[in-house]
Design a protein around this ligand. Structure first.
Ligand code: NZQ
Ligand code: ZN
Length: 394
């Protein structure tokens, strides 16, 4: 293993920490662009409490509301325009992953010359952002880990491509992570978030380089924690202990710790992004469909890795040297867990038919491909492979 690692985000975690928002933001600016989604934060008292905390700390507020799930490029431009005209010097993201991603992209767009879509992976003339307004994240949904990473996922509604940018300047300066804010998340979105955080670690577990035993254990720890506490958060949304454990797992799942040294590409995510770009489905729901199908495909070339997963996660006993049976059973158990918490596991359940399978595969490869034009992963995938995986999920 050989790596460098830096995650500069100051994490403030715990029930009630929203009250510290103003004190945290004041260190970075005097006027905040407060970015919010479609209204969930106004349906409870989260928005009012955030504004009170900011104002009490002497931070003025300009609002950019209405960030849609799977946030659009035009929304990023709108928010950057508000920040510019209002003279904001800090951005506060109060919402789910969509709000946080849009807020990061807005913060960078302010300093970016030209079309901000050129920041995104897959663009021929790609240029990473080098500067952004400071961002403070306040997640209201446990899922993406965007609160403590340097990534943003944006959809270009003109081309129906969903892509991502990862850059040092996009790391939030601080993340105020208050599990109480997730108490109002409905069961379906709670389950999708659990699937998302689990998929973040299965991606690195199955696609990373060999010889990362500690990272394996980190990933397995996140999965066990999600499987222990996730069902409780789904069945009783008011269970603050369960909400806190799920949210902590979601932070750890994609703040970089689990992935250190694995150099893992994220093929399941790349495929899912094409689905949510075209059909506006919840990211975690799309992953619940794609991940088991992808696992069955990938297990053919590396059954021993999937047998390890089956053994360590589900306590199954591989009949070595033939690992394929245990590998298949482990994937079945994983899929069954996703179903048990209310996730869809086939395309028809998210309203997707077979008409555009080739198109999703082509779009996936437009965003992410290696020198041979294949989707990076273990194994790397051709367009036909991606279509095969999606067809198996119909
Ligand atoms: O928009 P509002 O009204 O806030 O409602 C949202 C939205 O309808 C609702 N919600 C959020 N917090 C709530 C709540 N409802 C009730 N109570 C609350 N406390 O949940 C719905 C979904 O929100 P969204 O932000 O879209 O979900 P999520 O957090 O799953 O974010 C998904 C986006 O993040 C990207 C995905 O591709 C997708 O665009 N990702 C970002 C990543 C990153 N930056 O690291 C990594 C991920 O793998 C992912 O790709
Ligand atoms: Zn994800």
């Amino acid at each position: 293993m050989k790596f460098e690692f830096l995650n500069p985000t100051h994490l403030v975690f715990g029930a009630g920490s929203l009250s510290r928002l103003g004190e945290v933001v004041r260190a970075y600016g005097k006027k905040a662009l407060l970015v919010t989604g479609g209204g969930s934060v106004r349906r409870n008292d989260t928005f009012d409490r955030a504004v009170s905390s900011l104002k009490a700390a002497g931070v003025a507020v300009a609002e950019c509301s209405g960030i849609e799930p799977n946030p659009r490029l035009s929304t990023v431009l709108r928010g950057a325009g508000i920040a510019r005209s209002e003279g904001c010097d800090v951005v506060v993201a109060l919402g789910g992953g969509s709000v946080m991603d849009a807020a990061k992209a807005m913060a960078a767009t302010l300093f970016y010359e030209g079309d901000p879509w050129n920041m995104m992976t897959g663009q021929k003339n790609r240029r990473l952002p080098e500067k952004a307004l400071p961002v403070v994240t306040v997640p209201t949904l446990a899922a993406t880990g965007s609160e403590m990473n340097g990534g943003a996922v944006i959809t270009n509604e003109k081309t129906t491509l969903k892509s991502f940018v990862t850059a040092g300047c996009l790391y939030p300066r601080a993340a105020v992570v208050d599990p109480e804010l997730t108490l109002s998340v409905p069961p379906d979105q709670t389950a999708f978030g659990i699937c998302d955080l689990m998929t973040h670690v299965t991606e690195s577990y199955f696609n990373g380089v060999d010889g990362t035993p500690l990272q394996d254990r980190f990933a397995e720890g996140v999965i066990h924690t999600a499987m222990e506490w996730g069902p409780r958060a789904v069945s009783d949304g008011r269970d603050i202990k369960a909400r806190a454990q799920v949210q902590w797992a979601s932070v750890v799942a994609l703040n970089g710790w689990v992935q250190i040294g694995t150099l893992a590409p994220y093929p399941v995510h790349m495929i899912e992004h094409s689905l949510s770009a075209h059909h506006d489905i919840a990211h975690g729901a799309g992953l619940a469909v794609v991940n088991p199908a992808w696992m069955r495909f990938a297990a053919r070339t590396r059954p021993e890795r999937f047998a390890q997963f089956a053994e360590r996660i589900f306590g199954l006993s591989p009949q070595r040297p033939d690992d394929s049976e245990a590998a298949a059973q482990g994937i079945d158990r994983f899929e069954a867990f996703l179903r048990s918490i209310g996730c869809p596991t086939c395309l028809s359940e998210v309203g997707i038919g077979k008409a555009l399978l080739e198109r999703y595969a082509k779009d996936t490869l437009l965003v992410a491909h290696d020198a041979d034009g294949r989707l990076p992963g273990r194994p790397s995938m051709s367009e036909a492979d991606i279509v095969e995986v999606l067809r198996s999920a119909l």
